[in-house]
Design a protein around this ligand. Structure first.
Ligand code: BEZ
Length: 251
């Protein structure tokens, strides 16, 4: 999938704004070596650096990494697969915000992170958890089915595990999970009744592969109409995000 890094920074900056509290959870100590996986355009990587860490960022998307390098030339950013990477040296911490739900190979992620950490090092992350954007996914599926796009309706774009599933995987790899939480966080969409369309354009394009461009706006309008009673609160639209957060320590 090709990312639009400008649209991401312009209309979806809430991703890194919410991520600031995940940086607090990381509890950076000056001089620590930290790797930010799925760093996007690097805003949180930069925040981690400002707290005194020696930080590197990686992302699967060359477009995101190009933008991150442009914005923060003093930070080392690399294109890498979160499910299959080898670190140059052992890190004190691996961090990730709002990225791991794009990676279906969770065991690859957890294995790679475990190998990248020093003994006692920590993996601190937030991702979409079970039920994340459940109403949005249900509306997309319903509209695609009603319009005869049955194959697209079955598209599995994301991996949203339950707390039990993900923490079990972490423990099986040799982590001790010292904190885990699965919570609701209504997330504001920008641009009122255009917010769902913009969100889908940024994040949900995979559902529309093979559907003619001319048909797509009608489908997106039908999805928006289905969501309006749940998402529109007096003109401010919110998506039904559910977050999974954890701290896992390499034993
Ligand atoms: C999330 O942060 O939960 C998310 C973002 C984009 C697509 C799907 C989920």
């Amino acid at each position: 999938m090709k990312w639009n890094a400008d649209l991401y920074d312009d209309k979806h900056s809430f991703v890194s704004q919410f991520g600031a509290s995940v940086v607090e959870l990381l509890d950076v100590k000056a001089g620590e070596h930290i790797l930010d996986i799925g760093c996007g355009t690097g805003d949180l990587t930069h925040q981690i650096q400002q707290l005194g860490a020696e930080v590197s960022g990686s992302d699967y998307s060359p477009e995101m990494i190009a933008q991150a390098r442009f914005k923060y030339p003093a930070i080392n950013f690399e294109v890498a697969d979160a499910a299959n990477f080898t670190a140059e040296y052992p890190y004190d911490a691996v961090f990730s915000n709002a990225a791991l739900h794009w990676v279906h190979n969770a065991s690859g992620v957890i294995r790679s992170v475990h190998e990248a950490l020093k003994p006692g090092g920590r993996f601190v992350a937030e991702m979409g958890g079970k039920g994340n954007i459940g109403q949005l996914r249900a509306a997309i599926k319903q509209v695609l089915q009603q319009n005869g796009y049955h194959q697209q309706a079955e598209t599995q774009v994301w991996y949203f595990p339950s707390l039990g599933e993900y923490t079990t995987r972490l423990e099986q790899q040799g982590f001790r999970v010292t904190f885990a939480s699965h919570f609701d966080r209504k997330t504001p969409l920008q641009d009122g009744d255009q917010g769902v369309a913009k969100w889908i354009r940024m994040f949900g394009a995979q559902y529309f592969i093979g559907i003619p461009d001319a048909v797509q706006p009608k489908l997106v309008q039908e999805i928006t109409d289905l969501l309006e009673p749940y998402y529109n609160e007096n003109g401010q639209w919110y998506a039904d995000y559910k977050r999974l957060r954890f701290i896992a320590v390499k034993e």
